[in-house]
Design a protein around this ligand. Sequence first.
Ligand code: PGA
Length: 253
Amino acid sequence: MRNIVAGNWKSNKLLNESEQFTNELIQQLSRIEKTEVFICPPAPYLAALASKHGSRGKLKIAAQQCSGEAMGAFTGEFSADMLNSCGVHAVLIGHSERREHFGESDDVVEKKVRKAIDSGLRVIFCCGESLGDRTSNNHFHWVEKQLIHALSNLNSKEMNQVVVAYEPIWAIGTGQTATAEQAQEMHAFIRTWISNQFGQEIALTTAILYGGSCKPSNALEIFKQKDVNGGLIGGAALEIDSFMAIIDAAEAC
Ligand code: PGA
């Protein structure tokens, strides 16, 4: 399976900065052969970046979220079908910052996954436990609950559109990374869950990314783990040099 590295810009960069970054990234990606690279820019830039770069193969454009509703009277929302019509390839769903700051419950996340899958987008589904759940040894239970809620209603064919990103909340933007062993242990747990739900073949072809303070200094060790298929990168995806160093680490695995 190809490794994936996805850069989540969150609410960062102005339009000219996003264009400059993407132009430079495209050039540097010419040396990358097997890793699938995504960027997740802020929503206002998606159509421009996707129409310019989205179909060139080396770089895929993903949104950071979408609506759980179809089109209609939902002021401020944008639907999965709209993203698709702009040439956007994928969408992050269930990121912990959406869950925490914008009240996205498991039910909302499930609706968004359904809409994105139906529109043909790939879904990068984010899950992960809080520090409290980790220290009280509830982390497997918590992640399993998130997986069941969001993914168990999909059929096997639909599951082919899904990439899972394990992002322990205590590691996001904190500089504190899960150890390679902690990541591997949870990734193996997620893969077993997928296997039990959808069969072994799907489990072996579903990419499971690690996210949470992943940076050039720790990416290789984490990506080398058996059940880690790349990373979802926040802070370190904002600069070309650090993002490329992480892509190189994925390419080396
Ligand atoms: P971080 O963010 O790499 O800055 O920890 C990861 C994410 O939130 O996707």
